[in-house]
Design a protein around this ligand. Structure first.
Ligand code: GLA
Length: 381
């Protein structure tokens, strides 16, 4: 049974009638452009065919009631009385309500069931998918216009200020604005997007190392602080404003760590723009080389990779059909992504699964993913 059927079926069992609406919002895989979003830079993610789904109906009052099928837990809250209770997944739902209301949206109540297949903590943005699915649920019952960048900003605000994770804008933006069959080059300063298809004859393969991040918020925040210090050194609002030429000319005086953090961000921005060009030209080999260089930069300069991710990337390189591979997402654990020849993808997945397992003793999950559209209201069968 698809997740769509699952939420519809479960809704009927719980409420005795079909849902009024079904909404979904996807997770994402970032092809290139890592830790550039909070430096006002460029990212190149695609929305994947794994998502959070909600089947719902409006309520006549201001109550929101959601049942998570994955966790078998329910949450109920009043829109007029939102309180942070450290209640895990439902804080994302509440936080989005809080952010929308804070921005002046008049919200109606609703009730429904929720399920998702974006693995949690894997670096595929299950949180952003939950935030944007929630925003879509409020939009469809409350009847306001859906503007993807505004919704992304409010999802990010919920995560930053309600949940307390200091993420950038990439995950919410791609979950809100993704386009089927395309990755999006996102300018994280203006939120302007350009859609680019993968080079013909290639697919993105997601390689989940089966490792999960532990306490990474502190490492993430530390990287942000280091980037801000580097921007101050150059006297600019964000590292986005420093070219490689200027960096090389004026980096003297930066300590070794800050130097390498800045070099990653500045070179990654350039690689991301070059990758979008390579994709637009259909140049898989060039795209692959940029992904490889991105991995090296994250491993050595930004220091956010780890043994499992490095092993996975090496396994991908050794398998036939691979144009390039890199760790993806926040780092330290979770997933890598590879650009692979479509006609080799199945064999590639099998080879990499076997060699990774032999090297680490861990059983990876491998997804050959197509690019899907962003948060949407789904036609019911
Ligand atoms: C996490 C954050 C994003 C981004 C990436 C790194 O996914 O949520 O905003 O900073 O890490 O590129």
């Amino acid at each position: 049974m698809s997740l769509q059927q699952h939420v519809i079926q479960s809704f009927k069992e719980l409420f005795g009638e079909p849902p009024a609406y079904v909404v979904r919002a996807p997770g994402r895989v970032n092809l290139i452009g890592e830790h550039t979003d909070y430096n006002d830079g460029f990212v190149l993610p695609m929305a994947i065919d794994r998502a959070v789904w909600i089947a719902l109906r409006p309520r006549p009052d201001d109550t929101v009631r959601v049942h998570s099928l994955d966790l078998d837990r329910s949450a109920t809250f009043l829109l007029a009385d939102l309180r942070y209770e450290d209640a895990g997944w439902s804080e994302y739902v509440k936080g989005v309500a809080w952010a929308l209301q804070g921005a002046g949206y008049r919200l109606a109540g609703w009730e429904g069931v929720l399920a998702g297949d974006v693995p949690r903590g894997a670096g595929l943005s299950s949180s952003a998918a939950l935030e944007l699915a929630t925003a879509r649920a409020f939009q469809v019952v409350s009847g306001f216009d859906w503007d993807p960048p505004s919704m992304a900003r409010l999802g990010q605000k919920a995560e930053n200020q309600w949940v307390g994770m200091n993420c950038g804008i990439m995950d919410q933006m791609i979950s809100a604005a993704g386009e089927a069959g395309h990755a999006l080059l996102i300018d994280c300063r203006s939120l302007e997007t350009t859609s680019v298809a993968l080079p013909p004859g290639t697919v993105a393969v997601i390689l989940d190392t089966a490792t999960r991040r532990g306490l990474v918020d502190s490492a993430y925040n530390e990287r942000r602080t280091q980037c801000e210090a580097a921007a101050r050194h150059f006297g600019v609002p964000a590292l986005r404003d420093v070219t490689m030429e200027r960096f090389e000319a004026e980096a003297g005086g930066l300590d070794d760590v800050t130097f390498r953090r800045a070099r990653h961000v500045i070179s990654e921005n350039a690689r991301t723009l070059a990758a979008a060009d390579a994709m637009a030209r259909g140049d898989a080999a060039a795209m692959g080389r940029l992904m490889d260089a991105s991995h090296v930069s994250m491993r050595d300069d930004f220091e956010i990779s780890g043994p499992a991710l490095n092993t996975m990337v090496e396994c991908a390189h050794e398998a036939s059909g691979c144009y390039g591979a890199r760790m993806t997402g926040g780092g330290f654990a979770g997933c890598a992504v590879a650009l692979v020849a479509t006609d080799r993808a199945n064999a590639f997945a099998e080879t990499v699964a076997a060699s990774y397992e032999a090297a680490t003793g861990l059983t990876p999950a491998i997804y050959i993913s197509r690019a899907t559209e962003g948060a949407s209201v789904v036609e019911q069968p």
